[in-house]
Design a protein around this ligand. Sequence first.
Ligand code: ATP
Length: 313
Amino acid sequence: MPPITVVGSINRDLVLTVEDLPRPGETVLARGFVEGVGGKGANQAVAAARLGSRVRMVARVGPDADAILRALAAEGVDVGAVRPAPESTTGIASVVVDRAGENTIVVNPGANAELSVADLPQRLARSAGEVVLVQHEISAEVVAAAVLRAREQGGTVVLNPAPARPVAPEVLAAVDVLVPNLGELATLLGAEPPAGPDGARELLELAALPCRAVVVTLGADGALVKQPGRPAVHLPAPVVDAVDTVGAGDTFCGALADSLARGADLLAAAERAVRAASLAVTGLGAQSAMPSAAQLDAAAGPLGAPAPLPDAT
Ligand code: ATP
């Protein structure tokens, strides 16, 4: 199976749990604190690695990242192309979660903002069809260079345009599979966020994007797959007891990349990604709730119906 290259962010996640989110000017005491590895790039790399893919990351971290790099390597992620940014600190996401699961997040991009075009390996896709997965927590210039280079080298380019920001048409034209959520889709099309699967379907039919295919994630409604010349297909999510949706989108993208790297067609890959992400929302945290291949296989059931919970391992 060809490896996957993820070009993206690595963050130190600092997660504080509180009773109620503080109002402006207010100080509250936390009930708990957990530190972990996050960032959309690292999360998606771990999601794919946990499903059995060989994954390498292209990223930058500060001199304070030894434990983070060890944790990623322990997940099987190749961190050989992660470069140090000696003058910077590793990106930080400060997350505050209240008892209802509502959160506020402040991100300091740190070393992620230092990732430059010169940091990209000459060969991003080392063989035809190799999946190159990119997100928006790095500069638009690096995203554009990575997408265009990977495409030129015959790679299968997957772009998760999160957080939302516009993408140049020539960059979109080099993307094989674009994976936005509803808000990100609206930003790309300069439209109001569509309501649910039908709204997304209408928007996609009306305003064609220049990329080859689009997979819109719809939260509890699953995903919508639009391929050229075919009507959009809605894949409902299995009905699960959602505990924490943090990392759902990252699990989706990592699982999609894993299946595409194994040669699955887009619909089959999106269906497995819907299942993987629906399992991820049944556990707390982002990476901690991402399923292994065995857990995902064990949870196979009809879409739109209750999925059995995986064994905790
Ligand atoms: P996040 O930013 O929280 O990671 P996102 O906005 O990028 O998420 P979503 O569309 O919310 O992405 O969710 C991604 C996928 O996760 C969905 O396509 C679906 O498969 C799964 N999912 C999310 N929420 C639920 C839920 N409540 N029940 C079942 N599956 C869900």
